[in-house]
Write a protein that binds this ligand. Structure first.
Ligand SMILES: [Zn+2]
Length: 240
């Protein structure tokens, strides 16, 4: 893995989104308007099945307009498959209910060092082009009274990934959720990802990737940040 060097990407105040100029430009029209995923008030009035039926109908029209013959055996089930995949899998993180309560444990060992969960697999979807964002997420926190089950960190990352996303927003949403759940500001998250909308279309840059980082609390201190980056850059070999 290439060494990660993150410079000047710190966001100390999530209410102040002046960091956009610091994050590497990933292509045309990639910008984020709000930290919260913009959802309509009536977003969950339809049932999942009603959404699947409607989306399948509209996706069928898209395929039809593209000139595809939907009587073909291979194509005829596609609209419904896509609709189910959108509602039940790729975008089921839009519904806050899909993230079960984050259970915490007492920090009985009084472990007060840094906990790093690295190389969490990321599969998300670019909200500007609806094509995949693929990458890795590294999360760290310094425990106070409570600790979190490790698999919960993965669940939080997955939950916010299963939405049409912007990488910057995803990074902030993961950090915000951890701050809220853990009752500590000392949280950090780095995401390195490839955006297929940049790689397979547009500028067709197949090599580039994008790094976003958000540091909160004590992670804004240079030495704490460096410790985190050193852990992330550590070569771990578990091929046994
Ligand atoms: Zn895109």
């Amino acid at each position: 893995m290439d060494k990660i060097e993150v410079k000047n990407h710190e966001i100390q105040n999530t209410n102040n989104l002046n960091f956009m100029g610091n994050i590497k430009d990933i292509g045309e029209d990639h910008w984020m308007s709000t930290i919260e995923t913009p959802l309509k008030k009536d977003a969950f009035e339809l049932s999942d099945q009603q959404k699947i039926d409607q989306i399948a109908k509209h996706f069928r029209s898209i395929m039809d307009l593209l000139g595809l013959d939907l009587r073909d055996d291979s194509l005829k089930g596609t609209p419904e498959r896509v609709a189910k995949m959108y509602v039940n899998e790729l975008f089921n993180g839009l519904n806050p209910k899909s993230l079960s309560k984050v259970s915490l444990f007492e920090n009985n060992y009084n472990y007060n060092g840094m906990l790093v969960e690295k190389d969490i697999e990321l599969y998300s979807t670019c909200e500007h082009h609806f094509v995949p964002i693929i990458g890795k997420v590294h999360v760290a926190y310094i425990a106070k009274d409570k600790i979190i089950g490790l698999s919960k960190i993965n669940r939080i990352v997955q939950h916010f990934s299963k939405r049409p996303q912007v990488q910057e927003r995803l990074t902030i949403q993961v950090v915000k959720k951890l701050i809220e759940s853990l009752g500590t500001e000392d949280v950090a998250c780095i995401i390195e990802a490839k955006h297929l909308c940049v790689n397979m279309r547009g500028v067709r840059d197949t090599k580039s990737s994008t790094i976003t980082a958000q540091y909160s609390g004590t992670f804004n201190k240079q030495e704490v940040k460096e410790e985190f980056l050193n852990h992330v850059n550590l070569e771990s070999n578990f091929d046994f």
